[in-house]
Design a binder for this molecule. Structure first.
Ligand code: 5GP
Length: 235
């Protein structure tokens, strides 16, 4: 990514590879990244190409503002369907089960994985598991709705494999220093957790060229407008 706040957003020229072994170390070496090595079951029929095109996958490093930008899109366009992930991490103060996440224990997450209920899943920040329930995504796309997934890099790579027609958007910070400032400013993580997240962020930033497009989150309003444009929503 660019560290120059004035630099324009860069369109990736290289799509996220569809060969897991070539692109995703987690697919062959679970210890190499934060992501789980195990693959989600993908035997279920994926949405057709047309439906897939209505799906936007928003990824980017921790604290870059993915949640803020996707919530802003939802406020402006309530018709956009925003996926609610399952996670094994504990809720933060103010987070509501079923709204921000489906908070589940390890046994329930294991069950969802075994039953093939997750479109993708990953261990994020070497700590908790996060995954996208498959059924609601399929349903939203079948209903003809624009759908948005806000997930980590490993999850984005998995979705690229099963739904290659989806649109993959990378949200980048204006600079590394700004990313660190936002993470510290958020104040929701311990120092140890922050370090872990920054280590993941470094690796995630390097993956920017795998995405169809990059949006620099230098201003939430501007980044939101750009995401709206990328999603093809009426302006
Ligand atoms: P947080 O714990 O701050 O809510 O989220 C940590 C990270 O997990 C973020 O980078 C977020 O994008 C990612 N994440 C949230 N939901 C999912 C999901 O369903 N799948 C994957 N792969 N990552 C997710």
């Amino acid at each position: 990514m660019s560290t120059d706040p004035d630099a324009p957003s860069v369109d990736g020229t290289e799509p996220i590879a569809t060969d897991p072994a070539a692109s995703d170390p987690a697919a062959t070496d679970p210890a190499a990244t934060d992501a789980a090595g195990a693959e989600p079951a993908t035997a279920q029929p994926a949405a057709t190409g047309d439906a897939q095109r209505r799906l936007t996958v928003l990824a980017g490093p921790t604290a870059v503002g993915k949640g803020t930008v996707s919530a802003a899109v939802r406020r402006l366009y309530p018709q956009v369907w925003l996926s609610v992930s399952a996670t094994t991490r504990a809720p933060r103060p103010g987070e509501v089960d079923g709204v921000h996440y489906h908070f589940v224990d390890d046994a329930e997450f294991d069950r969802m994985v075994a039953a093939g209920e997750l479109l993708e899943w990953a261990v994020v920040h070497r700590r908790a598991r996060y995954g996208t329930p498959r059924g609601p995504v399929q349903q939203a796309l079948e209903e003809g709705r624009a759908a948005l997934l806000e997930i980590d890099l490993q999850g984005a790579r998995q979705v690229r494999r099963s739904m290659p027609e989806a649109h993959f958007v990378f949200l980048a910070p204006p600079s590394w220093d700004e990313l660190v400032r936002r993470l510290v400013g958020r104040g929701t993580e311990t120092a140890e957790e922050r370090e872990r997240r920054l280590a993941t962020a470094r690796a995630e930033l390097a993956a920017e060229p795998e995405f169809d497009v990059t949006i620099v989150n230098d201003d939430v309003g501007r980044a939101t407008a750009e995401l709206v444009r990328q999603m093809g929503l009426p302006v």
